[in-house]
Write a new protein. Structure first.
Length: 132
């Protein structure tokens, strides 16, 4: 095999590995954000959005616990199928009370917020090499 072919193969392998790691980190991040989101009526947990390149600020206050599973499956499929290497993956929730919840308003269910603990979890997992 020629050197340039070896180099091309090495680059393709590195690109596939990087893409796989980005997808795994985004999936794990969404999983933890979803898991750690407080549920009363289910509206907050059902309003997590996944977008690429720019933040999705949409929300629907009519969503309930019945919508959580569908929203979760849709978001996970979007991450798995649509993530492109080099594009920012946004996981957002724009319900009006999202910031108070992040700041500990739900002291019984999420006293330390949702996003901040997820980011700490992901950073620790990445540092430990658990998101390969």
């Amino acid at each position: 095999m020629k050197f340039e072919d070896q180099l091309k193969n090495a680059f393709e392998k590195a690109t596939k590995n990087a893409h796989r790691r980005v997808v795994r980190a985004a999936l794990k991040g969404f999983e933890k954000i979803n898991e750690w989101s407080p549920v009363d009526q289910g509206t907050f947990r059902a309003n997590w959005n996944v977008s690429f390149g720019e933040l999705d600020r949409s929300f629907d206050l009519d969503l309930t616990k019945d919508d959580i599973a569908t929203n979760t499956a849709t978001a996970m499929a979007k991450i798995t199928n649509d993530t492109k290497l080099g594009t920012t993956v946004y996981i957002s929730n724009s319900v009006p009370y999202a910031i108070p919840l992040e700041n500990g308003h739900s002291w019984q269910q999420a006293p330390h917020g949702i996003v901040a603990p997820t980011l700490r979890f992901l950073q620790n997992a990445i540092d430990a090499g658990r998101l390969k």
